[in-house]
Design a protein around this ligand. Sequence first.
Ligand SMILES: NC(=O)c1ccc[n+]([C@@H]2O[C@H](COP(=O)([O-])OP(=O)(O)OC[C@H]3O[C@@H](n4cnc5c(N)ncnc54)[C@H](OP(=O)(O)O)[C@@H]3O)[C@@H](O)[C@H]2O)c1
Length: 281
Amino acid sequence: MDWITISGASVPPLGQGTWRMGEDAAQRTREVDALRAGIEAGLTLIDTAEAYAEGRSEEIVRDAVADCRSQVFITTKVWPSHARRAEVLKSLDQSLRRLGTDWVDLYLLHWPAREVPLAEAMAGLADGLERGLARHIGVSNFPAPLMEEAHRLTGGRVFANQVRYGIATREPEVSLAAAAARLGTTLMAYSPLRHVMGPDVPVQETLTQIAQAHGVSPAAVALAWTVRPQAAQWVAVAKAASSAHLAENAAALQLTLSAQDLERLDRAFPAGGEDIKLQEF
Ligand SMILES: NC(=O)c1ccc[n+]([C@@H]2O[C@H](COP(=O)([O-])OP(=O)(O)OC[C@H]3O[C@@H](n4cnc5c(N)ncnc54)[C@H](OP(=O)(O)O)[C@@H]3O)[C@@H](O)[C@H]2O)c1
């Protein structure tokens, strides 16, 4: 799966998360190497945030992309406590310095801000866009009505909304996905392997069978499912620490699930759940 074109922009469909990277200095080389291995495998979207390890996660990203910056789509985020208009630009500037780059591909408001009017926060993000420091802007953890409001306030410039979504966490399908399809806003799935993979999570039987039939790992099936064609355009960021996991996840880029696979997965992981609720920081 090559980079896809969304509203004239080129975006990789699958990428790598960096939450918790940078917390332990002893892991730094391993984390940089993991990101580099992921990039080489085709996972060229990297998601980070000023809040991750107090900015040290962004420094890990800097080291990983130092010689391939233009081949990587970097997303970073401003924390809601910095959502005042002037503070957003200050945060963006500091993120750029830690990332060692002149621009980020996508700059998001990490969560809705309790203390700052949405119009002001979005004006701060739009400033970054207008100065060429961010190529696209967006939001994260926004329920449908608030995403629509942010979109309106920016004159339709909310490129993406990053929310939790995966085969076992399908809440965005309740109302967010339809709203995003209507607006043409990209949805970026975070934690797509939540409740599906991980040290203490038994792998679900249907997932295992479909993975075996395609000769890939269950993680690859879960990721291919997350970015399957839908009315709303989804991309996804998963986090993997080992080169084995990265290779498995990158295999999702080549995997197309059949209609029958999708039906079986739909029965095994039914849609529904509660609509995304507003949570402010
Ligand atoms: N916007 C937000 O508020 C927000 C919130 C949460 C996360 N995020 C972003 O989304 C990224 C991903 O989310 P996440 O880190 O919560 O969860 P995730 O990517 O859904 O899951 C990570 C877990 O899955 C395991 N894993 C990965 N690939 C695997 C494979 N092939 N086989 C078996 N296990 C595998 C990882 O193990 P190993 O580490 O051992 O490989 C780790 O335990 C974050 O890093 C962050 O960038 C954003």
